[in-house]
Design a protein around this ligand. Structure first.
Ligand SMILES: Nc1nc2c(c(=O)[nH]1)N[C@H]1C(S)=C(S)[C@@H](COP(=O)(O)OP(=O)(O)OC[C@H]3O[C@@H](n4cnc5c(N)ncnc54)[C@H](O)[C@@H]3O)O[C@H]1N2
Ligand code: MOO
Ligand SMILES: [Mg+2]
Length: 601
């Protein structure tokens, strides 16, 4: 619950006199910290005096960032119990259902809960809850309200993004259903808001990982794989030089011939004053056991054909010198992969090195672009039309990350044609990465087609900029990503959601599926948006420290913002406290490409 402060006020004459006796206050503070990451908690103790209670409450209510006050004590029937009376006068709105809810839950533990008079209500942007004084009661009440608090704070602050964030941060038992943020409606004429809740990025990723099935258990396959051959399969020379017996000495030796890489190992007799000229990687003659590099020799004589026939070996030969024994790099039955590395470059190269015919099955992916306005980049531009950049961009991104695109198509904005095409395409692929047609327009048919095809729409909106209407749906082991049509939205959501899903299906570990994240220092101020924003930026390395410069106008239609985009900076949503990301501040950023530094200064 970033930038939210809780206040815990212990109200008790005894504790005020002897603070060590206050156990409920510290317990509450601890519960808050344990349950809501990144929150601040302040605490104080006041006696059962109405004025003093109100004085402290007012101070806290006036603090903008202090959004929840939990009082403990002074709620009972004793003459000096005045917490509810002190609280009531400060409240702008009472929340009797919340007090009733707490009481109903507490009564299940003890009937004495009926003797607590605690109030709940709102003052300014602060929620105030009167909890009883006993440590046990405080713990029980906290459990009761724990899951309601983020939503309550969000509603009071009218801040959709904050509740998303805080909701995720409720540790352990976050509700499985989604909190419905404001502006979620039925999508009907009388309520034209999107019926899809805006999910947080992490929430969508969890859904994806819990939905997508691995097409192959890459880790298991790779870790269990044993080498069917030795590398090298023969004793190989490490140098260009002369192969000989180490039992011979330095001095002049007759050159019996030349052995090149690819020659089969010779088993001819070899005397101590004889040698073979040999190349790096060539097999040693059976009787030789060392190589002396050409730099440590001198040519003494050529024969009449111009071939070397006598050389001076200038150093003492030693057994094993510059020889790679059989299986030195990898022995038969050794594990081929000493560790997990999902990189297709690594996996395919190592498999090639052992002559393994195994092909690791990758997910079958199709790229689909929707839009009646789309023309192939090869066509002539005509009025009202635009060139289709998404098909090329998404196909190239797939290839860049090591996957094949099995199929591409461009579909016009028609329900029937979209439905028919998707049906056909899903016959041959596991994943469709589609762009366009997922927002609120009457030609945006993707979601209704998915429903018609009995796909489950797991996500219809994400709380990010760009990419809000990103849609993820599945049916059995078929997966659909509806990326928004705006080219930059498609670019960003491909990296954030589609790529991790494909990698996961391909057998990658969850933690490796998303792009790597590093910290960058911002070079210029940037106005934060009401949605968390993923901003294209170039990385500049200044004496080894990484800085980021935002790539111009970030409107989601402007594909130019991906030029020189090394990273996507993760900016949090704007809050009243923090409208700006300031130059010099450090932010996490997802690395978009392997060569991710644009400039060294
Ligand atoms: N009433 C609302 N309208 C819109 C909302 C909203 O919440 N309420 N969301 C906006 C956001 S955010 C985005 S992003 C877009 C997403 O739109 P769609 O996914 O429905 O995509 P289209 O409407 O088909 O196209 C949007 C835009 O992108 C251009 N486009 C589409 N495909 C391609 C392509 N292959 N190559 C190049 N350009 C493409 C298309 O021409 C449109 O200009 O919706 C907002 N609307
Ligand atoms: O989310 Mo849209 O992707 O901002 O333009
Ligand atoms: Mg649209």
């Amino acid at each position: 619950m970033e930038s939210v402060t809780f206040g815990v006020l212990t109200i008790s004459d005894t504790c005020w006199r002897e603070p060590a006796k206050d156990t409920s206050g510290p317990v509450l503070r601890q519960l808050i910290v344990e349950n809501f990451a990144n929150t601040q908690v302040i605490g104080n103790i006041v006696p059962d005096e109405k004025d003093l209670i109100q004085q402290e409450l007012r101070k806290w209510i006036n603090r903008e960032e202090l959004r929840v006050i939990l009082t403990t004590g002074g709620t009972g029937f004793a003459p000096r119990d005045v917490t509810p009376e002190a609280t009531k006068q400060l409240l702008e709105k009472e929340c009797p259902q919340l007090s009733m809810f707490i009481t109903l839950k507490s009564i299940k533990q003890t009937q004495y809960a009926a003797l607590s008079r605690g109030l709940c209500g709102i003052a300014g942007n602060t929620l105030i809850l009167n909890l009883p004084g006993s440590e046990k009661a405080v713990k029980e009440c906290f459990q009761t309200i724990r899951e309601l608090l983020p939503h309550a704070v969000h509603l009071i602050g009218d801040d959709v993004s904050l509740v998303r964030k805080t909701h995720e941060e409720v540790q352990g038992s976050a509700p499985k259903g989604h909190i419905c943020p404001n502006k979620t409606g039925t999508g009907t004429d009388s309520d034209r808001n999107s019926p899809y809740p805006m999910l947080a990025v992490q929430e969508v990723l969890s859904i994806i990982f819990n939905t997508v099935q691995k097409t192959t258990n890459l880790n298991k396959i790779l870790l269990e794989m044993k080498a069917p051959v030795n590398i090298p399969p023969f004793r190989a020379s490490i140098k260009d030089g002369y192969a000989m017996k180490s039992t011979g000495f330095s001095g002049s030796k007759r050159v019996l011939g030349c052995i090149a890489a690819g020659d089969s190992p010779n088993s001819l007799p070899l005397a101590e004053d004889e040698c073979y000229k040999i190349n790096t990687g060539a097999p040693l003659p059976l009787e030789a056991d060392c190589v002396v590099q050409v730099e440590d020799t001198k040519l003494l004589q050529l024969d009449k054909n111009g071939q070397e026939c006598l050389v001076d070996i200038m150093l003492e030969p030693q057994a094993g010198l510059d020889v790679r024994p059989v299986g030195y790099d990898l022995s038969t039955n050794d594990h081929i992969f000493p560790a997990l590395d999902p990189s297709p470059v690594v996996v395919k190269s190592l498999l090639a090195s052992v002559g393994n015919k195994l092909v690791i099955p990758n997910p079958r992916v199709a790229i689909v672009s929707t839009g009646s306005e789309l023309l192939s980049p090869r066509d002539q531009l005509t009025p009202g039309k635009i060139f289709d950049s998404n098909t090329t961009m998404l196909t190239e991104l797939l290839v860049y990350f090591g996957y094949n695109c099995m199929h591409t198509s461009v579909i016009c904005d028609s329900f029937e044609q979209t439905k028919e095409s998707l049906l056909d395409i899903f016959e041959v692929v596991d994943f469709v990465i589609c762009s366009g047609g997922v927002s609120m327009g009457d030609k945006d048919f993707i979601k209704s087609v998915l429903e018609d095809l009995q796909f489950k729409i797991h996500c219809g909106r994400v709380n990010i900029k760009p990419g809000k209407p990103m849609t993820f749906a599945s049916r059995n082991d078929k997966y659909f990503f509806g990326l928004p049509g705006n080219p930059v939205s498609a670019f960003v959501t491909f990296h954030l959601f589609a790529l991790p899903a494909i990698r996961f299906a391909a057998g990658w570990d969850r933690c490796k599926c998303s792009l790597s994240v590093l910290n960058v220092k911002l070079l210029n101020d940037f106005s934060l948006d009401s949605r968390p924003e993923f901003v294209r930026a170039s990385v500049i390395s200044k004496s080894g420290e990484l800085y980021a410069s935002v790539n111009g106008n970030q409107i989601s239609s402007r594909l130019q913002s991906i030029v020189g985009a090394d990273v996507l900076i993760h900016f949090p949503a704007r809050t009243t406290d923090r409208p700006l990301a300031k130059a010099g501040e450090v932010f996490p950023a997802s690395v978009l490409r392997f060569d991710f530094i644009s400039k060294y200064e």
